[in-house]
Design a protein around this ligand. Structure first.
Ligand SMILES: *[C@@H]1O[C@H](CO)[C@@H](O)[C@H](O)[C@H]1NC(C)=O
Length: 215
């Protein structure tokens, strides 16, 4: 090999190692943890049913479920049914924010948004992560990850407001990045929120070790 070929081989090797190190790095590196209390966890559920018929919190696991024919979370709302944690008291309009949590979606749940960043200039959300038949999709479009049923997965969702980007990590691997949908007031949610169509009758997700970080 002549020296310029060696240099190219060496450089490509460096890129491979570098991208390996980047993709396996902790997504929270460089972020500061924002301490949470139970007051930060507001639960939204069908307005006409008691909380314990759609939500439980045992052994650190928040289990949320909803039915396709449930009412919205408020009598004044015409949105689809949901049972969701709405991170309360940490709405943001600037900076870099991150949601971390371990999620579990049972096989049978389909057409449910399991995590989202609420708020956008041109829409009601910046990103929606939906489960369809075991795949996680960006809204009802691009597949972000597959094989999501019946296992705990780690989700890290990073929103860089000034940069206008959202990045999704599953099990510490970067799976997806996209532009956000313009500046607004934002907050994180997780649970189950029915998509407009193609939904299972029963929808459930479980969440534990939810953390919020910022830069
Ligand atoms: C869900 O469970 C059914 C019944 O056991 C199985 O046939 C199907 O392949 C599973 N779906 C996924 C996406 O794992």
């Amino acid at each position: 090999m002549n020296s310029s070929v060696k240099n190219v081989v060496c450089f490509v090797g460096f890129l491979v190692i570098n991208s390996f190190l980047q993709s396996s790095a902790d997504p929270t590196d460089g972020f500061t943890n924002v301490p949470l209390t139970e007051a930060n966890f507001e639960i939204q559920r069908p307005y006409n049913v008691p909380l314990d018929e759609r939500y439980s919190f045992e052994n650190g696991i928040r289990k949320m479920w909803v039915y396709a024919n449930d009412k919205p979370h408020s009598p004044n709302s015409e949105t689809q049914p949901r049972t969701e944690v709405r991170i309360h008291g940490l709405d943001y309009t600037s900076g870099v924010w991150q949601f971390e949590g371990y999620g579990f979606v049972p096989n049978g749940t389909s057409g449910a948004t399991v995590a989202q960043i609420h708020g956008a200039a041109h829409d009601s959300s910046t990103i929606i992560l939906r489960i369809y038949n075991g795949d996680m999709r960006y809204y009802s479009g691009d597949v972000i990850a597959t094989g999501m049923y019946d296992r705990w997965f780690k989700l890290n969702l990073i929103h860089d407001v000034e940069g206008g980007t959202v990045t999704v990590y599953i099990d510490d691997e970067q799976k997806f990045q996209t532009q956000d949908r313009g500046r607004s007031q934002f907050y994180f949610k997780c649970g189950v929120y029915a998509a407009p169509r193609d939904i299972s009758y029963y929808m459930e997700s479980r969440w534990r070790d939810i953390k919020i970080y910022k830069k």
